[in-house]
Design a protein around this ligand. Structure first.
Ligand code: KG4
Ligand code: ZN
Length: 339
């Protein structure tokens, strides 16, 4: 089965072609970063308008790259939520309409399920069951994944997501959007331990997170001061340390509590090299193993949407002609595949 997939939940327009026999055949992405940079964050209306402009040419390129005629496509997958509703609708209506024109099934994919399954695109995929740490711009979740579609939330953030904490701290340091990677780059020049920020909820039992206090602490550290380049780097390092240490400790706790020995880490923040290095060391010392998607599939992409869509289309799931995109969509509402 060959699937064409479209991702448009936020500020990346992406298209991929995935074949159940031969794997990933094409993936194309256009990032709207420059479009939103002057505004310090994603402007939803501009995102929707740009997806409309970019997606069809990306589809043409992905079909050519994968040497697929339209008649070789057996199904369409698109991100149906959660995300910016206008942006979601652009990809959803395009993909659903192509499926209608080509007379093949279409499936709306849960964006977070796609992030969770992204490591299955790699040559050494994680075993099931496993614990997943999903860290993106909108979500921070610890999930027990017993099979595709079987998700039990072990813990979540009570307020800001980890990516949001990176982005908001970066903004306070005067770094351009998207702040996460910029803050990480600045942190490499910072001194370890020079600035200590709180490790939210680390001293409490349980698997919940809270990151909103961190941005307040950063605000207090920068407000009314003219910082040297070294001081900015030290603050960036302190922010990264606080987030990485909190995520690492809670992920270990989740492995302990479930008795599982495989950890998947996915979502945009899993592109962070300090987080990867720390988790690999600490989880390894715990006689467990950690699995990541490659960096380009940690952040938003359509390859993961194609894979998640393929799993459900292969199991016979598909949708009617009414297009259903949703801004909110709880992960645990998903049915198990083949159930
Ligand atoms: O998964 P993603 O691309 O989009 C969502 O579904 O939210 O995640 C984007 C988030 C942003 O907050 C971005 O700053 C963060 O991932 N991010 C990083 C890094 N790369 C992306 N945060 C820290 N270090 C990075 N290297
Ligand atoms: Zn995402």
């Amino acid at each position: 089965m060959r699937v064409l997939a479209v991702e448009s939940s936020c500020d990346e327009s992406a298209v991929a072609v995935f074949d159940s026999a031969t794997g990933l055949l094409a993936h194309e992405l256009f990032s709207q970063v420059e479009l939103h940079q002057g505004f310090g964050g994603v402007v939803p209306e501009l995102a929707s308008r740009d997806h409309v402009r970019r997606l069809l040419p990306l589809i043409k390129r992905a079909l050519a790259e994968s040497h697929s005629e339209p008649r070789a496509i057996d199904g369409l997958a698109y991100t149906a939520g959660p995300g910016l509703i206008g942006a979601l609708l652009t990809g959803a209506s395009l993909a659903r309409s192509l499926a209608y024109a080509w007379n093949v099934p279409a499936i709306g994919v849960h964006h977070l399920e796609a992030h969770l399954l992204a490591p299955l695109l790699e040559s050494e995929p994680p075993p099931f069951p496993h614990v997943a740490l999903l860290v993106s711009g909108g979500h921070t979740l610890l999930v027990e994944v017993s099979a595709v579609g079987r998700y039990r939330i072990l813990g979540a953030s009570r307020d800001d997501a980890a990516g949001e904490a990176f982005d908001k701290s970066a903004r306070l340091l005067g770094l351009p959007y998207p702040g996460g990677p910029q803050l990480a780059a600045l942190a490499t020049r910072g001194k370890a331990g020079a600035v200590a920020f709180p490790r939210p909820m680390l001293d409490r039992p349980g698997l919940e997170f809270s990151f909103s206090g961190l941005k307040t602490a950063v605000l207090l550290a920068v407000r009314g001061r003219v910082l040297t380049e070294q001081e900015r780097a030290d603050i960036a390092r302190g922010v990264e340390e606080a987030i990485v240490e909190t995520l690492t400790a809670k992920a270990l706790r989740a492995l302990d509590e479930t008795g599982l020995d495989a950890l998947v880490v996915s979502g945009g923040v899993s592109a962070n090299q300090t987080l990867r290095a720390r988790l690999t060391a600490v989880v390894g010392a715990h006689h467990a193993r950690v699995y990541y998607p490659r960096i380009e599939f940690s952040t938003d992409n359509a390859a993961m949407i194609a894979l998640a869509g393929l799993k459900r289309l292969e199991a016979g799931e598909h949708e009617g002609l009414a297009i259903a995109a949703r801004a909110q969509w709880p992960l645990e509402a998903l049915p198990a595949v083949g159930a």
